[in-house]
Design a protein around this ligand. Structure first.
Ligand code: ADP
Ligand code: MG
Length: 704
């Protein structure tokens, strides 16, 4: 971690059997790995440690007071000991068969630590045959080893551990696994720490207001009277700094790459396009366009992220940027996540250019093109005839030869990882790196942006163009059949008024899937209407044909998977029905519903759910229905999803390096680490590189 490793094999530090158990349970082989196994929580003077919402079957460790103990015999003559342990306001039961030790030691009033698999019986937590340890009372003389304490005797003498337990003001509770209890980890950890000489501070100075790394690593396992917080603060800082340093180094690197200089010109297609725009640009659009104009005029590659609400008009911004590159004699590539979208983008861009009276030279390159068309397209790209090339990521990955690529726009890319950003290096002529504009409609919460996208400049479009219609969103619970019927009725009314509808399903096959829903709607609900389906497994030509037909108004209702999530622009579509909406994320729902309300018509989004009322899943749907602010919903998304997922999507490598840092609550610390990282890279670049040398190249593999 951040300039510190400890490669001493566990087998040389712990009794062989203990080391083996730890390796097979957790995979740890070195002291460094073990010492980074932090406690889940700490029990202050044996105060209660609860189950913490553990799920059925999970291995848990609790600390509490025995409030009931009774031993009886079962009908088959087995001795059965039942106890109840209280911790704070709740309690758990535990049972033991034929355990004399349990019967003797677990008496009312004793403070105990139990570890085992939890089961729930009518809402009550039960641990069957847990491993346990009776905690010595503060100041109590260590007793002779008995019962389960024997396993601790591996570390010299068991009374040594009893001594440790009675001397610790805070008892660390480690995440345990079958075969390795929380207290055997406590023993192992103390044993390894005792044999660890002071660790020199890995940074060039101890960060002000924080403890040294050596102190932090010892304190987190054995907090003194200050408690665990100083240790947590320092270790979180290390985690934040390691994320920040990678980004700070990337920012510094970007300055060393050369890009074509593409200044905006008063003459040319960009100026002409701006003059002929059929609408007023929003203030936000004007600001972003000006920022991009400046970036493109620099000799270093632009790395800009444009976040904008669905429908906020990102395409026009991108096109104006592309026209600036074209005026300067370069080609542009627009990358879409799917071929359907690439084709649609090519069509939309061509239309915008035709409307502005400009000669069009947009070329789409997709896998489903005929060989002849593809050959012609490739030739146009190589010769420089094609100004704008639209395709998927394969455009870059398959190393299509551009004559002179100056700008790459990546549209609607939620998972545009560092690796993909790097792929463009040297792709321009004379080994220059093209400028890059990444656009997303899923706002990235600020802390995520700071940890995973801090090498990009960020612009945001908060406002929608004037005159945009609001989207009214309602929840349609399955358990109210009349609401479901009313939802279908609303779709019929919209179609009768000349509009079109999307019905989105969470899967293709099976119950509630696209195929089934398509059949049901076509035969049972809307036999008189034109219903079609669209999903990712259909052949590309068929998908293109259906999209084109829908865009032209030939299809009334399109039943689809989330293939329509990104970028599809059909202004006549005014209603969307999302089946089992609870199975989608908050931001995804917002993104989906942005496919309606894009024209002059008041629009409607219906969130169907099969979940019970009052559940968190249904509450989330009501939250989505109540707000139209994508940025607010992105924060909500961050709060309701597992942080690991958020990091996992944003950047797979981050997850493994972040154990304690929270993207939700540690914003101030993340900000400080970012500033410190920038300063450190400027002050001592080789140290900065050394500190993250164990990360780069292995953790940053983004899979999309
Ligand atoms: P998104 O940001 O979701 O990609 P689009 O770029 O597809 O949004 O824009 C949605 C629609 O709004 C398009 O039809 C576009 O032509 C139109 N549009 C863009 N900017 C403006 C504006 N300033 N005023 C009016 N309409 C606009
Ligand atoms: Mg778009």
């Amino acid at each position: 971690m951040l300039g510190w490793t400890d490669q001493r094999p566990l087998a040389t530090l712990l009794p062989e059997a203990e080391a083996k158990k730890i390796t097979s349970a957790f995979g740890y082989r070195t002291a460094g790995e073990l010492l980074l196994h932090f406690p889940r929580t700490w029990s202050h003077h044996g105060s209660g440690v609860s189950l913490d919402g553990a799920t059925e079957g999970e291995q848990v460790t609790i600390v509490g007071i025995v409030t009931y103990a009774n031993t009886t015999f079962t009908r088959s003559g087995k001795k059965l000991t039942k106890i109840v342990v209280e911790f704070g306001a709740s309690h758990a039961g535990a049972t033991f068969f034929n355990s004399v030790v349990a019967q003797r030691q677990l008496t009312v009033g004793k403070a105990v630590m139990l570890s085992g698999k939890v089961k729930y019986f009518q809402g009550r937590a039960e641990i069957s045959h847990p491993a346990f340890i009776v905690l010595p009372e503060a100041g109590e003389k260590p007793k002779k080893a008995v019962g389960t304490l024997r396993e601790l005797s591996a570390y010299g003498s068991a009374s040594q551990l009893e001594e440790l337990l009675s001397s610790l003001e805070y008892i660390p509770i480690y995440p345990a696994k079958k075969g390795v209890t929380a207290w055997s980890l406590l023993g192992a950890m103390s044993h390894v720490l005792d044999q660890t000489p002071p660790i020199p501070e890995p940074l060039d100075q101890v960060p002000s207001g924080l403890v040294s790394f050596d102190e932090a690593l010892r304190l987190i396992h054995h907090p003194d009277s200050r408690g665990q917080q100083p240790a947590i603060d320092r270790i979180k800082y290390n985690e934040a700094l390691s994320l920040a340093l990678v980004m700070a180094l990337r920012r510094a690197d970007a300055q060393s790459y050369r890009a074509p200089v593409l200044p905006a010109s008063e003459e040319g297609v960009r100026a002409e396009f701006l003059r002929n725009l059929p609408f007023e640009l929003t203030a936000g659009q004007r600001k972003v366009i000006a920022d991009i104009a400046q970036d493109l005029a620099q000799p270093h590659p632009m790395q800009r992220l444009l976040q904008g609400e669905v429908g906020s008009g990102k395409t026009v911004v991108a096109l104006i940027a592309m026209l600036q590159a074209i005026d300067a004699g370069c080609q542009c590539a627009l990358l879409a996540p799917t071929e359907v979208l690439a084709v649609q983008h090519a069509r939309d861009l061509t239309q915008l250019l035709i409307d502005a009276g400009l000669p069009t030279n947009v070329v789409a390159l997709t896998g489903s093109m005929s060989t002849a068309t593809r050959k012609k397209a490739l030739l146009d790209i190589m010769s420089g005839q094609a100004d704008i090339v639209v395709g998927t990521h394969a455009l870059i990955q398959e190393s299509v030869e551009f004559f002179d690529l100056g700008l790459v726009v990546v549209d609607e890319q939620h998972r545009f990882g560092v690796e993909q950003r790097d792929m463009l290096r040297g792709k321009g002529s004379h080994d220059r790196t093209p400028h890059q504009l990444v656009m997303t409609a899923t706002p990235i919460p600020r802390t995520v942006a700071m940890t995973s996208f801090a090498d990009l400049a960020v612009s945001a479009l908060h406002e929608l163009p004037a005159g945009r219609q609001e989207i009214q969103t309602s929840v349609v619970p399955e358990f109210k059949p009349e609401w479901v019927a009313r939802a279908w009725e609303r779709i019929r009314e919209e179609v009768a008024a000349g509009r079109q509808a999307f019905v989105v399903c969470p899967r293709i096959e099976g119950e509630g899937g696209v195929e089934e829903t398509f059949d049901y709607l076509r035969t049972q609900i809307f036999p008189e209407l034109n219903v079609a389906m669209l999903h990712g497994r259909m052949p590309a030509e068929e998908k293109d044909a259906i999209m084109a037909d829908f865009a032209a108004g030939g299809i009334d209702i399109l039943v689809a998977t989330t293939v329509i999530e990104v970028g599809i622009n059909v202004p006549n579509a005014s209603v969307m029905y999302i089946r089992e909406a609870h199975s989608f994320g908050v931001s995804q729902l917002h993104q989906l519903r942005g496919r309606v309300g894009r024209g002059e018509y008041k629009s409607l989004c219906l969130l169907h759910t099969t979940m019970e009322p009052g559940t968190p899943s249904v509450q989330r749907l009501f939250d989505v229905a109540a707000t139209s602010d994508g940025f607010g919903l992105a924060e909500l998304d961050l709060r309701t999803r597992q942080e690991g997922d958020v990091l996992g999507t944003a950047q797979s490598g981050t997850k493994r390096r972040v154990r304690l840092l929270s993207l939700l609550s540690d914003r101030a610390l993340i900000e400080r680490a970012n500033a410190d990282a920038t300063a450190l890279v400027a002050r001592n670049r080789s140290l900065a590189e050394h500190l993250v040398s164990d990360i780069e190249g292995q953790d940053y593999l983004e899979k999309s």
